[in-house]
Design a protein around this ligand. Structure first.
Ligand code: PHB
Length: 369
């Protein structure tokens, strides 16, 4: 996305991608776009398929203690969300970049970022196993939390781990509800999401150390049926499955010299708030504008404030994601006091207009942080 935005601003870039095109286009990730993210894709001319195939939702459902409540985003905030898989966004962006003659070097592993404090930073990458140098004016570290960019900033890390993970499946079965269902159950959290009228995306809270071996298909469907309490959910062929750990992490600052971190390289959120892709898109929107301003007017103001501007939005999303996670997951110790507190808070969020608005405005994306 950054490369595409820069191209539209007349700035050349090269994207180094460790994996193959096939791998990144297939890798299943979360699928919720905040209104601002959907608007960004559309205004940048890469939203055509998302508008056609994405599912517009005006709210979510919360289920707990045998009750179902809807949080009406549209009424509470005037905004909604679009359910559209992250790898679909990736496919659309790659296609557009290649059509525009953009350079994406697939299966090219960056091994270091050097000289970021000077005017000519470098990326070292492997070409046929031989370390080779790419000289740049600026480097954007969009290489995730295990990449080489993040440590080069020498910043501070703020981190939280959780004693549970998400087991996710993609299944050939029609979604049993029109909107997402977030369920808090004594057996643990479950989420019902979707990708299309034929494909559902479903998640279960499992212990952090769990592996797929312990989860044959019928156990997965059984558990989903119990926790979601959704009679309309029919088992179907599982096309993809996997276990994703839950983590909260922020690196501060998000920049040093001519290196700027964006997306997971700078921050990780647990998937409960569906914020990961939205935060990354928010970062690169700010970064593209700041880079353009520095070329246009030689003014470094915006670039210098990149981290500060991003971190306000990032920390709001970090809080929201950790809060949603605490609200909806069973703690493995099963503390009964915590359970009662959670039920009380869920009732509050679903009956108080003020509390419901807090959830809604954060879910659709709060841009006043
Ligand atoms: C998804 O559809 O994959 C999804 C939806 C909502 C979440 C996380 C993942 O909070």
């Amino acid at each position: 996305m950054l490369s595409h935005l820069l191209h539209r601003l007349g700035i050349e870039s090269v994207v180094l991608e460790t994996r193959s095109r096939d791998y990144v286009e297939r890798r299943v990730r979360a699928g919720v776009l905040e209104q601002g993210s959907a608007d960004l894709l559309t205004s940048a001319g890469v939203g055509e398929r998302m508008i056609r195939e994405g599912l517009s939702h005006d709210g979510i459902n919360l289920r707990f203690a045998g009750e179902q409540h809807r949080i009406d985003f549209r009424r509470l905030t005037g905004r909604g969300i679009t359910v559209y898989g992250q790898q679909e966004v990736v496919k659309d962006l790659i296609k557009q970049r290649l059509e525009d003659g953009g350079e994406i070097w697939f299966e090219t592993e960056a091994t270091a970022v050097e000289a970021i404090d000077g005017d000519r930073p470098r990326i070292v990458y492997l070409e046929d196993g031989v370390p080779t140098t790419l000289q740049c004016e600026f480097v954007a570290g969009c290489d995730g939390s295990h990449g080489v960019a993040s440590p080069a900033v020498l910043g501070s890390t703020y981190e939280r781990t959780y004693p549970f993970a998400w087991l996710g499946i993609l299944a050939k079965t029609p979604p049993a509800a029109d909107e997402l269902i977030y369920a808090y159950h004594e057996r643990g959290f479950a989420l019902h999401s979707m990708r299309s009228p034929e494909i559902s995306r479903l998640y279960l809270q499992v212990d952090a150390a769990e592996t797929m071996d312990a989860w044959p298909e019928d156990r997965v469907w059984n558990e989903l049926r119990l926790r979601l309490a959704e009679p309309g959910l029919q088992p179907g062929e599982i096309i993809e499955d996997g276990i994703t750990p839950m983590r909260s992490l922020v690196t501060e600052p998000m920049q040093r010299g001519r290196l700027f971190l964006a997306g997971d390289a700078a921050h990780i959120v647990p998937a409960t708030g569906a914020k990961g892709m939205n935060l990354a898109l928010g970062d690169v929107r700010v970064l593209a504008e700041a880079l353009a301003a520095s070329y246009r007017s030689k003014s470094r103001d915006l670039l210098e404030r990149y981290s500060e501007v991003c971190l306000r939005r990032v920390w709001r999303a970090e809080h929201f994601s950790a809060w949603m996670t605490a609200l909806l997951h069973r703690d493995p110790e099963g503390d009964p006091f915590e359970h009662k507190l959670r039920l009380s808070y869920l009732r509050y969020v679903t009956t108080s207009e003020a509390a419901a608005t807090t959830l809604a405005e954060n879910y659709v994306g709060f841009d006043g942080a």
